[in-house]
Design a binder for this molecule. Structure first.
Ligand code: NDP
Length: 294
């Protein structure tokens, strides 16, 4: 497995299994399958409601704990210094681990940025105490990142944002690069462009002719091409699936290489259309919900 080195020297497998929208009752099987196939990185979140099942699969596996990279996220309802420290306790207890490899803030709260900063200071404390090996953020846009960097001392290791050929967020990625923050792609195979219930007018990036043409040329699937595109751009990718054959397919991306022209053709698919919520509009009133105790 290819690894990426975070800005504090910690090594992270470049490709991991995502479990957003994986129902708790299917999570254990999906994570077990992934670990058996060779995945060594799982991306979950307090808000996904499946940390417990991720932890069960990890414990049940024959893979030593220190060979698995566990990433999870603090939800906005647990922001604030003490609340975020407690958010760590809840996630660690559900996962059944003493230490989390990468803990990130799930969103900025632009309307209550002081609370966001306090949450990040709690991550800094957890890092200093060795409870987490690296800290970072998610869905932070350029303004949020700049304000955070001004107010805190540890540069985030990772910014996990929506990245697929239809929405590439180049300004955010450039700012991440300038500060040594690793770009991590959510919806790396464009899930947000086709998963049900997110708008009927969407066009799946997996069906884009540029993507299918490149896939045919390599004898690979469209999903594999998009993962390869992310990896060759130096990003971390965390594709989600609950199906055995797709979990396997999504890992089988280390035996081929896209050409510079193919990368450029995929880069040219930018639409400027965001699939997920506009980060600036995320508020506790609209998105807050209690994260249960362990
Ligand atoms: P992905 O790009 O990973 O796509 C997932 C979708 O694609 C699912 O519907 C899945 O269905 C399907 N799929 C998986 N593999 C294949 C394949 N090989 N061919 C065709 N279809 C496939 O989208 P996600 O939005 O789930 O993003 C991945 C991960 O990123 C999440 O699971 C989560 O960990 C993280 N994330 C973080 C967010 C944040 O705000 N920080 C927001 C969204 C995601 P099936 O399961 O049936 O195979």
């Amino acid at each position: 497995m290819q690894t990426l080195t975070l800005n504090n020297g910690v090594q992270m497998p470049a490709l991991g299994l995502g479990v957003f929208q994986t129902p708790p009752q299917e999570t254990r099987a999906a994570v077990t399958t992934a670990l058996e196939l060779g995945y060594r990185h799982i991306d979950t979140a307090a808000a996904y409601g499946n940390e417990r099942e991720v932890g069960e699969a990890i414990r049940d596996s024959k893979v030593p704990r220190h060979d698995i990279f566990i990433e999870t996220k603090i939800w906005i309802s647990d922001y604030g210094y003490d609340a975020t420290l407690h958010g760590f306790d809840k996630s660690a207890a559900k996962l059944g681990v003493d230490q989390i490899d990468l803990l990130i803030l799930h969103q900025a709260l632009p309307s209550d940025f002081d609370r966001t900063v306090a949450a990040y200071r709690a991550l800094e404390k957890l890092l200093a105490d060795g409870r987490v090996r690296a800290i970072g953020v998610s869905n932070f846009m350029a303004d949020h990142l700049t304000a955070l960097l001004d107010a805190t001392s540890v540069v985030p290791a990772v910014n996990q944002v929506e990245i697929h050929p239809y929405f590439q967020q180049r300004a955010v990625l450039d700012l991440d690069d300038q500060h040594g923050i690793l770009n991590q792609a959510w919806s790396p195979i464009g899930g947000i462009t086709f998963y049900p219930g997110y708008g009927e007018d969407r066009k799946s990036v997996l069906e884009d002719p540029a993507v299918t043409r490149i896939a045919e040329a390599h004898g690979k699937s469209p999903a594999q091409v998009l993962l390869r595109w992310g990896l060759q751009h130096g990003r971390s990718v965390i594709p989600k699936s609950t199906r055995h054959e797709r979990i396997a397919e999504n890992l089988d991306v280390f035996d081929f290489e896209l050409t510079a022209d193919e990368l450029a053709a995929l880069d040219a698919l930018e639409t400027g259309r965001r699939g997920g919520p506009e980060p600036e509009t995320v508020t506790l009133a609209a998105y807050g919900r209690a994260i249960p105790e362990a």
